[in-house]
Design a binder for this molecule. Sequence first.
Ligand SMILES: Cc1cc2nc3c(=O)[nH]c(=O)nc-3n(C[C@H](O)[C@H](O)[C@H](O)COP(=O)(O)OP(=O)(O)OC[C@H]3O[C@@H](n4cnc5c(N)ncnc54)[C@H](O)[C@@H]3O)c2cc1C
Length: 417
Amino acid sequence: MTDVDVVVIGAGAAGLAAAKRLIAEGKSVQVLEAMDRIGGRAWTTSDWFGMPFDIGCAWLHAGDRNPFLADAHAHDWTLFVHDMGVDHLYFGDRRASEAEIAEMEAAEEALAAAIAAHDGPDDRLSSVIHACHALRAAATFGGPMDFAQDDDEISIADFNAAADLDPNYFTKEGFGALVARWGADVPVRTGCPVREVDWSGTGVRVAGEWGSVRGRAAILTVSPGVLAFEEILFTPRLPPAHLEAAFDLPMGLLTKIPLRIEGDRFGLQAFDDLLIERHARHDVFFLCFPFDTDLMVGFVGGDFAWEVEAAGKAAAVDFATDRLAAIFGSGVRKAVTAGHMTNWSGERWVRGAYAAARPGKAAARGVLAQSIGERLWCSGEHLAGPLIQTCGGARLSGEAVAGEVMRHLGHPARVVL
Ligand SMILES: Cc1cc2nc3c(=O)[nH]c(=O)nc-3n(C[C@H](O)[C@H](O)[C@H](O)COP(=O)(O)OP(=O)(O)OC[C@H]3O[C@@H](n4cnc5c(N)ncnc54)[C@H](O)[C@@H]3O)c2cc1C
């Protein structure tokens, strides 16, 4: 391998975006990816149902600011503006009354206002929810379904720093497929897990079983989960503040349990949102029949998602089927002809869905964003400003960090190590 200006570790949206920008500016770049594909958490498969299904990101959030929307239009992706709400609400197997739905909508508004108005010291999101007496159904989306963490594990300051993600576009051909197409022109070495980063000299040396490469700088786009598990040995060790910041940004989990439903649709329409509130935060949300396909996509988030993934696919499919059968009757069991479960907790090179700061630790993102010895920079969804946790945000983070690296490198295209 030849030496390069910049080594980019990871070929998800952030790594691909950083590489694209550096290459466009004439820098030599080596992108190293542990998996055997590009895209990271953006991954569409047709293997599960014979049609595109997003195992990772699916909605182009914040469409007015999402750089992928232009690509989606350019490639004629089929888009649907999905106004996320709750069309159908159940408490266990009991359908909520009109009055209860109105109560939940009022609670949603009150809760949003209370969270935004919070000006005390940073605390758990659950403290505001309890003080606001909001219905828990109103809080389910803010916590487990959106932030992928339970409310008592979310920092209010971190939550408030995240942007409102409307408008949300859902794609028929797949968000992962869009990212793969956009990133296809980036030269990436796949199947190359990085296990060592030596930044003791003037540049960096990045190594793994596949060999090594040297660069003047490196951009680390691995998740905080991968950093915290110390999959990569840093020499010298990462500054304590950076390592602590990775621990303070633990990965939340969101698990999809898509079911193929043939025959009866139980009166549900394409793109209906169905929320089932349950004991012990075992809530489940279903996106119904997107684009009129036969799929009902179940979602569970937060601590419960770790339990669901640990129990495995068969248990997850039974869980989702049982919840629907309890509401719509035993005919559901016959109508469900296939089911799957996403398993990001078991993906060694990600270790969860996306990061959320622990209560009181919202500043961790700012710490991790600081360069390490002006040779190493972190980037990814966890450092995407108001678009944290999103794929569009990861891309913007990669582009921004590439700009910062270029300012440090100056303009000479080649490197003396
Ligand atoms: C279930 C789920 C649903 C989601 N839904 C949405 C959604 O609807 N909309 C949305 O915008 N976002 C969504 N997201 C979040 C979105 O997918 C991520 O924010 C985004 O894709 C992260 O991009 P990234 O480049 O920061 O990280 P990644 O995509 O994780 O890229 C990092 C890359 O680094 C690689 N890597 C890790 N360790 C090493 C190593 N040691 N050596 C080499 N390579 C390594 C990984 O394999 C990976 O490819 C969802 C995520 C999940 C899991």
